[in-house]
Ligand binder design. Structure first.
Ligand code: ZN
Ligand code: ZN
Length: 325
């Protein structure tokens, strides 16, 4: 099924033609739970990874060890809660049976902290083929992360980007290693994606001040931030929001060039206002709850924020940067 963003409430470029100089096309990924293969673009799905290439491990000494869970514990918990949610869609109340309650892992408990002091296998976050996501610099982009908080990275997972040509992978790694422990917010559910291109406009504070001021004056209903400028949910390209801090320059540490947004990892695909909820999901009422239509990936960044990954337009070899907003 395709996913279609509803028309924007206003064609803002008609109202402010100068915005045509501050616009980009982004690709919303619209991840939804599924069973992607290594040959599909996906979020949290299996990667087309060469059998003879070592799987990346994170040996950072900066792992924050608040709550550590084994991946199988996280999956068992999600399966039980997911079944309970599925029953509500058949009209039953949200209730967990005694049997389910007995099987539900205690997520307040943590595995021992020493487990995070050993190398942690990174987990697949996204695999994107250029045939699905126009504008990628390579045939295949793979995004992995270390699924723990890193206290030197704004308490975010550590990102690894791998770019390759699919045709170069002749023998695919069958059973990639799994991390011993994870932060459950960073273990994405396997999702297929439904890429859709949408038009975005620069974050208001980064527009020329005169234009931004006129938009603010016009914007009685606060539409620009929430519904007109930057798309909600997981997306490739376009602009970043800076709603937790003032915008800070994202310049390449290698060459000083202004970086571009590569990927937004979002905690929800749409918020309560529902402006960015695809028309195909209009009947799915509830939001912001585990396994709900708006949180298909189960990834949570901070208190429901986004992780923004920026890359250098000069060279893919220059290091990426991230921001949590
Ligand atoms: Zn790590
Ligand atoms: Zn650079």
């Amino acid at each position: 099924m395709t996913r279609t963003t509803p028309p924007r409430p206003v064609d803002i470029a008609q109202v402010f033609p100068e915005l045509r100089e501050h616009t980009l096309v982004a690709t919303r990924l619209h991840p939804r739970p599924g069973a992607p293969t290594v040959n599909d673009s996906s979020v949290g799905g299996p990667l087309l990874w060469p059998a003879d290439e070592p799987w990346p491990m994170c040996d950072a000494s900066s792992h924050d060890t608040a709550t550590l869970l084994r991946p199988q514990t996280v999956r068992r918990r999600r399966a039980i809660l997911g079944a309970a949610w599925a029953r509500t869609r058949r009209g039953e109340p949200l209730q967990i049976t005694d049997e389910e309650r007995a099987a539900l892992p205690d997520t307040d408990a943590s595995e021992p902290h020493y487990l995070a002091r050993q190398p942690i296998a990174m987990v697949p976050v996204a695999q994107l083929y250029r045939r699905d996501v126009p504008g990628l610099t390579t045939d295949l982009l793979q995004v992995l992360w270390c699924p723990l908080d890193h206290d030197d990275l704004e308490y975010c997972p550590r990102i690894l980007l791998r770019r390759r040509r699919a045709a170069d992978v002749t023998t695919v790694l069958q059973d990639p290693p799994e991390p011993v422990v994870v932060n459950d917010d960073y273990l994405p559910e396997p999702c297929v994606v439904h890429p859709e291109q949408v038009r975005e406009y620069q974050y208001a504070d980064l527009l020329p001040p005169g234009l931004a001021g006129r938009i603010r004056e016009w914007d009685e209903d606060d539409l620009y931030f929430g519904a007109l400028s930057v798309a909600s949910g997981w997306k490739v390209g376009g602009f970043a929001n800076w709603n937790l801090s003032d915008p800070r320059p994202m310049d390449c540490e290698e060459c000083g060039t202004a970086m571009r947004l590569l990927l937004r990892v979002d905690s929800a695909e749409w918020d309560g206002e529902g402006s960015w909820r695809p028309v195909e999901d209009a009947d799915n009422g509830e939001f912001l709850s585990l396994q709900s239509p708006s949180t298909p990936t189960a990834v949570v960044i901070g208190r429901g924020y986004s992780l923004w990954i920026f890359t250098c337009p000069v060279s893919d070899d220059h290091p990426h940067r991230t921001a949590m907003q």
